[in-house]
Design a binder for this molecule. Structure first.
Ligand code: GLN
Length: 442
């Protein structure tokens, strides 16, 4: 009983401990987070015993650590969770297929994508009917280090003030070494992280879908193709810098995914897209990095925010009506971004702001104007959630509705022309009847 009480006392008292004097509860090696700005936070290691560099960011999400950690947009980042207890529902089996046409992973990608995680308290015991391992074991298996027993409130306050900061995680013997010199820190944003996470080869999902959507993969979360496939679309995933203009006649819509790092590394994709937007009149939809690329192609600038927005509780105000979205309504959204499009006045011709963030007034969406006759939207937040609220999930339905309407309209025109003998019937790309992931010659 005494031992039990002591255990509770230890757990409770840790809430009042400073970052420098946390009480070690494990016989785990020591671990330190050093920030380039000179602060250090000591805790204990869990997961892989491996020292790394990265960009330190915080997320205010309360659940879905498994989805966040497998989101490719977290590539190169040391993820600090503001929620104090992480790991209590463990980690599910990521290879469980949901159905024959689904994306093949249960979480947002095959691997843990962030470089490390920092938590106040890692659950020693987990419980969930889907769990097959603990957070610590999962991190270890993927070679990802974690630190627990640090004051994540103090780190978050610091990052809010000074902005996202480069960091070093030093584990075991490395923890007693002095902090690195400023020039030793690795800055992941200097690299084209999108090129690292994007598919190298095109592939297809749900080839029998009635409407054909191409997805430019900047590091797509699995719930994006899943959300399209579940609404009946045949989806072809293309590498981020694939020139869609070479295959665009075979598709009914174009989707641009989320992705890690600085959008200014993706100007090649923006150049291709500019041509697409000038010459192709079918619907286009982009999320997060995809939205930023649409904005750059439209003539807007992307800038680096102080600490970005990461969490599942970001309120955005709709400024225009479109499909399920009603102007004047606030939607609660899932977000993970460091960059944003600059609000400029006037907006480029044919474009208007679509959403604005209620906390910091940053641009949360853009759309083509009604007068432009185009159907193009970009949103900074994640309608597919995973995790987060489903307030804007119907934007996928809206997009596919527009694609289907456009297809039906051009089919009618085509039939008119074909029956008049002016053109030959359209022969579509050969999407073979095959399992889940289908190699396609795009
Ligand atoms: N989730 C995303 O697509 C993020 C886009 C970009 N990497 C940013 O941080 O702003």
């Amino acid at each position: 009983m005494l031992t039990r009480n002591l255990k509770y006392f230890t757990r409770f008292s840790r809430g009042f401990a400073t970052h420098a004097s946390n009480i070690p509860r494990f016989s785990a090696p020591p671990a330190v987070l050093h920030l380039k700005t000179g602060q250090s936070f000591a805790g204990r290691s869990f997961g892989a015993h491996k020292s790394i560099y990265g960009e330190t960011v915080f997320s205010t999400s309360i659940t879905s650590y498994t989805e966040s950690m497998t989101d490719p947009s977290y590539r190169g980042q040391i993820l600090v969770f503001t929620t104090p207890l992480i790991g209590n529902y463990g980690v599910p089996n990521n290879t469980t297929p949901i159905d024959a046409h689904d994306v093949g992973v249960y979480l947002e990608s095959q691997n843990i994508q962030c470089s490390a995680v920092i938590v106040n308290d890692v659950a020693e015991k987990h419980s969930h009917y889907l769990a097959t391992e603990s957070l610590a074991d999962w991190c270890k298996r993927h070679g990802v280090p974690g630190i627990s027993g640090v004051d994540t409130r103090a780190i978050t306050t610091l990052l809010r003030d000074q902005g996202t900061t480069l960091g070093r995680i030093a584990i075991g013997d490395d923890a007693s070494l002095p902090a690195p010199q400023p020039e030793e820190y690795w800055d992941p944003t200097t690299e084209n992280l999108v090129a690292q996470v994007s598919t190298k080869e095109p592939y297809g999902l749900n080839p029998t879908g009635d409407v054909k959507i191409a997805v430019l993969d900047f590091g797509a979360k699995a719930n994006i193709p899943r959300s399209l496939v579940r609404r009946g679309a045949a989806v072809t995933i293309l590498p981020w810098n694939f020139d869609f203009n070479t295959v665009r006649d075979q598709y009914d819509g174009l989707f641009l995914s989320n992705g890690p790092g600085d959008p200014n590394h993706c100007t090649e994709a923006a150049m291709h897209l500019r041509k697409t937007m000038e010459e192709w009149d079918k619907p286009i939809f982009g999320i997060c990095m995809g939205h930023q690329v649409i904005g750059i192609a439209a003539g807007l600038d992307a800038y680096r925010m102080t600490f970005g927005n990461r969490g599942h509780n970001q309120p955005v105000l709709a400024l225009a009506n479109a499909g399920s979205i009603k102007a004047g309504r606030v939607y609660v959204t899932s977000q993970n971004h460091q960059y944003a499009l600059k609000l400029q006045d006037p907006f480029p011709a044919g474009w208007e702001p679509f959403f604005i963030n209620c906390n910091d007034s940053s641009v949360e969406g853009i759309k083509s104007t009604t007068e432009s006759g185009r159907k193009i939207w970009g949103v900074q937040f994640h309608p597919e959630s995973a995790g987060g609220p489903l307030d804007t999930i119907e934007m996928f339905t809206d997009f596919l509705t527009e694609c289907r309407a456009h297809k039906a309209q051009s089919q009618t025109q085509k039939n008119d022309l074909t029956s008049s003998g002016k053109v030959q019937p359209f022969v579509s790309m050969n999407h073979t009847e095959a399992p889940r992931r289908v190699a396609v010659a795009a």
